[in-house]
Write a protein that binds this ligand. Structure first.
Ligand code: SF4
Length: 460
């Protein structure tokens, strides 16, 4: 089904799926009409618009069946590792053994959106003293209590130290409820002083060698725990193979980002790109399938670029997006307003950078963990964002704040000031709650105004 790219509603996808099935088009084992997820409570899908490629259908199917995959893994005797907060490091270690499967309970962050606040998870968090002054990640507490959204993992890890207050508080509450957590510390990243050795990190920052050594020792504790859980040794060869696979995924994403953010017309919508980028964090609990899903998407994107098909025109306003949206529908809204995505920083840039392969694997993972945008300063984040703005030729920046999130109270302002001053671009800061229906008209007005500003600036 290589048709003219267009966004279609859920019902249209389900009709198309039936036609595909009748025509004998092969589907992955987890495939099916997307509408079946609505019956399971994912009602927000009815309001989204999806890219009409088979590759996009596979991507959505893959994303929405993670819970089934985790259950199947457990039934097959594999051990489940719930990795919290580090967004990209421990899953690389766990995935290097084929009897471990890692996932992020933090992914519950999106349940209030996808289930349109009907899951009851936020109410459970409220009852446990974690109210709306916290970010939507508090839904994770409810998911543990109900056991209805992911199997309770055999091992839970969580990075602490240079992490947001929300996550620290919620993970401690979880621990207090009787879920044991293996904590590991990630210190705040700083630049090396003149008299101490510095180490180059993926993504371009430098950190003192002592900090890298410390993180490495913390990750050694994780390695021991994973070995104990799996009953196998994670030696250097095993880890190197795990890193090679993760790098394969990162390479695919780099190609995808390059094409998606630079080609005109835009070959793939913002929403599908957001989902694709997220796969870098934990591979949606299946590394091999992540590779296949991303390869499919990249092939489709390359086909569209070669054919000159896609969304929008050369006049479409080119936006750089900072922070993930709590309501996925806002990515559709951006395009409705005449914008497209040309660069993103969704809080996990370190999960997209290639992991070094010229140093021992544990050293490489420690360097990667320290490259996390969340463990450094807002100025560091702004530096990366500036470089990417120039690389992808963005014409404006949108910072989407997350209600209650402690990481972004002032960060958006700092990033905005730096980008305005040094790139000379307009910056719009918006707050995106898990459901934007009530504020959609004002969000639309603000996004349209930004698009208009971009267009007017071109004629100056
Ligand atoms: S406050 Fe920010 S970094 Fe922390 S859990 Fe929420 S969204 Fe993630």
């Amino acid at each position: 089904m290589s048709e003219t790219p267009r966004q279609i509603a859920l019902r249209e996808w389900d009709d198309a799926y039936e036609r595909l099935r009748a025509a004998g088009v092969p589907q992955p084992a987890y495939g099916g009409p997307l509408g079946r997820h609505v019956a399971e409570g994912d009602t927000r899908l009815r309001k989204l618009r999806f890219d009409n490629s088979l590759a996009a259908l596979r991507l959505w199917d893959f994303l929405l069946t993670e819970e089934d995959r985790l259950q199947l893994a457990r039934d097959a005797g594999k051990k489940l590792v719930g990795t919290m907060k580090d967004l990209g490091t421990v899953p690389v270690m766990a995935s290097s053994l084929d009897n471990l499967v890692a996932f992020y309970p933090d992914g519950a962050w999106w349940i209030p959106c996808v289930m349109e606040v009907n899951s009851g998870l936020l109410q459970i968090a409220d009852s446990l003293g974690i109210d709306e002054s916290f970010c939507p990640v508090r839904a994770m507490l409810g998911a543990f209590v109900t056991g209805a959204h992911f199997p309770i993992p055999d091992l839970l890890t969580c990075s602490v130290g240079a992490t947001c207050d929300d996550f620290s508080a919620i993970a401690q509450r979880l621990n207090g409820l009787g879920y044991p957590i293996l904590w590991w510390e990630i210190p705040h990243r700083r630049v090396p002083e003149d008299n101490e050795g510095g180490v180059q990190l993926p993504g371009g920052f430098r950190a003192p060698a002592s900090l890298v050594r410390f993180v490495r020792s913390e990750l050694e504790r994780i390695r021991l725990a994973l070995e104990k859980l799996s009953g196998r040794v994670i030696d250097e060869g095993t880890l190197s193979r795990g890193i090679a696979k993760a790098n394969h995924i990162r390479r695919l994403l780099a190609e995808l980002r390059q094409a998606a953010f630079t080609a005109t017309p835009c070959p793939i919508p913002a929403l599908e790109m957001l989902i694709a980028e997220m796969l870098a964090i934990h591979f949606c609990s299946d590394q091999e399938e992540t590779i296949a899903v991303l390869q499919d998407l990249l092939d489709e994107v390359n086909r569209r670029v070669a054919a000159g098909t896609g969304y929008g025109t050369a006049d479409t306003a080119r936006m750089f997006w900072v922070d993930p949206v709590a309501d996925l529908q806002v990515m559709n809204l951006l395009e409705d307003c005449g914008g497209r995505i040309c660069g993103t920083e969704y809080l996990f840039a370190h999960a997209l950078d290639p992991i070094p392969t010229d140093v021992p694997p544990m050293e490489a993972l420690a360097r990667m963990a320290l490259a996390d945008p969340m463990v450094g300063s807002a100025t560091d984040r702004a530096a990366r964002i500036k470089a990417e703005i120039r690389r992808f030729g963005a014409e404006a920046v949108i910072v989407s704040r997350i209600p209650g999130a402690s990481h972004c109270a002032l960060e958006g302002e700092i990033i905005g000031e730096i980008v305005r001053a040094e790139c000379g671009l307009p910056v719009l800061e918006i707050e995106v709650p898990p459901l934007t229906d009530a504020v959609s008209p004002s969000l639309r007005t603000r996004l349209e105004a930004l698009v208009e500003t971009v267009v007017n600036r071109r004629s100056r």
